[in-house]
Design a protein around this ligand. Structure first.
Ligand code: PHB
Length: 390
């Protein structure tokens, strides 16, 4: 009897050892991260890559016994490239998750690949409302333009802004910002004197700003994608718009933390609404900003970095829930409904829409410790994307 137990125990141990070895030899868990590392949107790629690497440095490269590998590809924000790279990542590299997506057309190009291959796609940057409806495999950790635009349209009429001109980049997120800002502003009794759209690629703001000067609204409302804000701000100052009594209000993409420190005095006092400021006064954010700057030669993290950092958390947590096993459906299920404290504040991945629910802050550019920051002065809590059709 005793001997039999011993033999059984030995057999059991051998089996366990074999199982352990098999587990150790299991293929790494691959995250196919597609970002614009070059071209017009390169700052977005740089911010998100840095944030993803920071997440891994802080949380390790093994989750529930499974080694995690980041496979980074540069799409230069050309959607045909994003599509080709996503296909290669799925077919050749056999990635477990796709992630990144610097601009809306990139996310839209990859959506059918996520659906066909049943691969979760974590959108860390692109922010047109309809993206999450393009595939049931998409989960978003960035934001949406309707989500952040509406708060500003409520604030403006209460602060002596009765007429505006809107100026947006002529594609998905710009059209969302224009529509949701204008509709709410009109509803609140404001007047929209004109709606101007500038091309996404190499925009020249000068002729548009001249038109705004002639129309003389109380304020100009702007959306341009991360990376283009400094150019708008510079030309706004050079054309003496502020001196002509026209205020600039915008989504936080314009007073982007990546560029804000170098924008100069013209940015002082600009009011924006957004989901993240590097100056967000929470312990979690202070820790994040410090660690990010330390690891990246003092680069200030922007809202793109936070989308990437939180995207990594969502992937890690769902892999943990599967005990390191993964699998498209199990991973997707594990991503839905996550609640956690982000550097931006409390967030929630809505299981129904797979989109992020978060606080939206009103902020004003001020000088703090000698540098320009978006200083938060009001908050709308737990804002869902108002752009969802269902
Ligand atoms: C987008 O293309 O969806 C996009 C890019 C940059 C932003 C916001 C939205 O700052």
């Amino acid at each position: 009897m005793h001997k039999r137990t011993l033999i059984q125990a030995a057999a059991c141990a051998a089996l366990l050892a074999a199982g352990g070895a098999a587990f150790a030899q299991q293929a790494p868990f691959k995250i196919g991260l597609i970002l614009p590392m070059t071209g017009q949107q390169a700052t977005t790629g740089r911010q998100i890559e840095a944030a993803a690497r920071l997440w891994i440095a802080q949380n390790g490269d093994t989750v529930a016994g499974r080694k995690v590998e980041l496979v980074l590809k540069d799409d230069a924000s050309v959607p045909d490239q994003t599509r080709r790279l996503a296909q290669e990542l799925v077919v050749n590299d056999k990635v477990d998750v796709l992630a990144g997506m610097g601009i809306t057309p990139s996310a839209m190009a990859v959506a059918p690949i996520a659906t066909q291959s049943r691969t979760p796609l974590v959108v860390m940057a692109a922010a047109t409302s309809s993206i999450t409806e393009a595939s049931p495999w998409i989960v978003r950790t960035s934001f949406t333009l309707p989500q952040v635009s509406v708060a500003l349209a409520d604030w403006a009429p209460k602060n002596n802004i009765k007429s505006v001109v809107t100026l947006v980049s002529d594609y998905g997120p710009g059209i969302d910002a224009e529509r949701f800002f204008s509709e709410r502003f009109l509803f609140n009794g404001g007047k929209v004197a004109d709606k101007l759209r500038v091309p996404l690629r190499s925009p020249d703001f000068a002729p548009f700003l001249q038109k705004v000067r002639d129309l003389k609204p109380d304020a100009l409302f702007v959306f341009v994608p991360s990376g283009a804000g400094a150019a708008v701000m510079k030309q706004f100052g050079e054309r003496g718009m502020d001196k002509a009594g026209i205020r600039l209000i915008a989504t936080g993409d314009v007073t982007d933390d990546d560029q804000l420190a170098d924008m100069g005095d013209v940015a002082l006092g600009v009011v924006t609404s957004h989901h993240y400021s590097a100056a967000h006064p929470s312990a979690a954010n202070k820790k994040f900003v410090e660690a990010f700057q330390k690891a990246n030669k003092n680069l200030r993290p922007n809202f793109m970095a936070v989308g990437g950092y939180d995207g990594m958390r969502v992937i890690y947590e769902s892999l943990k829930k599967t005990g390191g096993k993964g699998g498209g459906q199990a991973l997707l299920d594990g991503m839905k409904g996550q609640i956690f404290e982000s550097p931006r504040g409390p967030v929630f991945i809505d299981a129904q829409t797979r989109d992020i629910v978060q606080n939206v802050y009103l902020r004003k550019v001020e000088r703090k410790d000698g540098q320009l920051y978006n200083v938060e002065f009001d908050v709308l809590k737990d804002v869902k994307d108002p752009g969802k059709t269902k």
